[in-house]
Design a protein around this ligand. Structure first.
Ligand code: NAD
Ligand code: UFG
Length: 341
């Protein structure tokens, strides 16, 4: 019998790619999402890619009554991958209460349901934002966490703490927190990808929209940083590689291969890439020029961060495969596909 995996936020960017990889690996996928930041068409697109339609319900995880009803109707869930959250750093500064409520109430509701309905395994979407500006690079999982620079980052730190404390109080619950670095790109089919609402906050959607002519120019936030070329450095990984790590994490938990009840892994390439290098990679991969202008630094930006992914490489047997140029090409193919509509 196929193992049933509940994917919260599964019509979103990373969740939809993960649903595809789970189905390809023989899991049964059930998605819950309130469609706050995604479209219902994603379900058909997942079916188009995999040949299998995942189960789907529109559900707000903050609605505890509806969530309880969902679990009472859906038995034998082997693991939950919890993607559902608000994710815009800048917006979280303007709307802290919305972020704390949505990201933390949903997690508490979900973990209470896990206890009540005897679901043992949880994979949590965390973020490298929990490190702030690390003193040592590349950053390892045991680096001290810095005070978060935004309510969003705080929800990831507190989210990790909620999970860690729940696991240590209940031997039936196991969890893996995955600290993503910067996911970019789209599925090679160009059927699913990132769909920013309004003006994109993130670099790569801004690059693709500018290249497409939707935006006049990319504003690059500062080139006076203490880095080799003066631009900020990040660790950009292909979303399909990231999705595959979730399959590995689910298998580790459901096969009982985890080393402790609560584990944390960095998911990145290990390569630091400057904003300028990212723009150049896009231009190289697509043959399209990006008009950009350097402006002031963006408040709250970390100067440089990239992962030491060796713990995930060794323990999970996972590593990134796609190059930066390949990821940029898929982001461009996706942008062209959505603009065809
Ligand atoms: P996304 O917005 O594309 O997907 C999140 C999905 O969750 C959306 O479909 C949204 O409608 C849904 N959702 C939000 N609140 C909900 C609620 N209360 N009930 C039900 N559904 C709800 O975001 P994404 O980029 O796929 O991110 C997924 C997760 O990964 C998030 O937890 C995010 O914080 C985390 N993360 C993302 C990045 C990134 O750069 N994209 C980096 C690090 C961590
Ligand atoms: N940047 C620009 N111009 C833009 C957008 C971004 O120059 O229009 C620069 C930023 O200053 C930064 C780099 O591009 O130096 C990357 O910025 P993003 O906004 O794409 O990504 P962040 O590293 O700021 O944050 C992202 C997500 C977070 C997540 C974090 C770590 O937005 O939710 O990666 O995974 F937590």
């Amino acid at each position: 019998m196929k193992k049933k995996i509940l994917v919260t936020g599964g019509t979103g960017y990373i969740g939809s790619h993960t649903a595809v990889e789970l189905i390809n690996e023989g899991f049964e996928v059930v998605i819950i999402d309130n469609l706050y930041n995604s479209e219902i068409e994603v379900i058909e697109r997942i079916e188009k890619i995999t040949g299998t339609k995942p189960g789907f319900e529109v559900l707000d995880i903050c609605d505890n009554e509806k969530l309880t009803d969902f679990f009472s109707r859906n038995k034998n869930i082997s693991a939950i991958i919890h993607f559902a959250a608000y994710k815009a750093v800048g917006e979280s500064v303007r709307k802290p209460l919305e972020y704390y409520r949505n990201n933390l109430v949903s997690l508490i509701n979900l973990m209470e349901a896990m206890k009540k309905f005897m679901v043992s395994n949880l994979v949590f979407s965390s973020s490298c934002t929990v490190y702030g500006q690390p003193e040592k690079l590349p950053v390892t999982e045991d680096a001290p966490l810095q005070p978060a620079t935004s309510p969003y980052g705080n929800t990831k730190q507190v989210g990790e703490a909620i999970i860690r404390d729940t696991v240590s109080s209940d031997e039936n619950i196991r969890a893996i927190a995955l600290r993503y670095f910067n996911p970019i790109g789209a599925h090679p089919s160009a059927l699913i990808g990132e769909l920013p609402r309004g003006i994109p906050e993130n670099l790569v959607p801004y690059i693709t929209q500018t290249a497409h002519g939707l935006r006049d120019e990319l504003k690059v936030f500062g080139n006076d940083y203490d880095t080799p070329d003066g631009y900020c450095i990040r660790d950009y990984l292909h979303v399909v590689d990231l999705a595959k790590a979730h399959v590995v994490a689910v298998k580790r938990l459901t096969d009982g291969k985890n080393k402790s009840g609560y584990e944390v892994f960095n998911l990145g390439t290990g390569q630091g890439v400057s904003v300028l290098e990212a723009i150049q990679a896009f231009e190289r991969a697509t043959g399209v020029k990006v008009k950009y202008r350097v402006v002031d630094r963006r408040p709250g930006d970390i100067e440089k961060i990239w992962a030491d992914p060796s713990y995930a490489n060794i323990e999970l047997g996972w590593k990134t495969i796609s190059t930066l140029d390949q990821a940029m090409k898929t982001a461009w193919d996706w942008e062209n596909q959505i603009r065809k509509k």
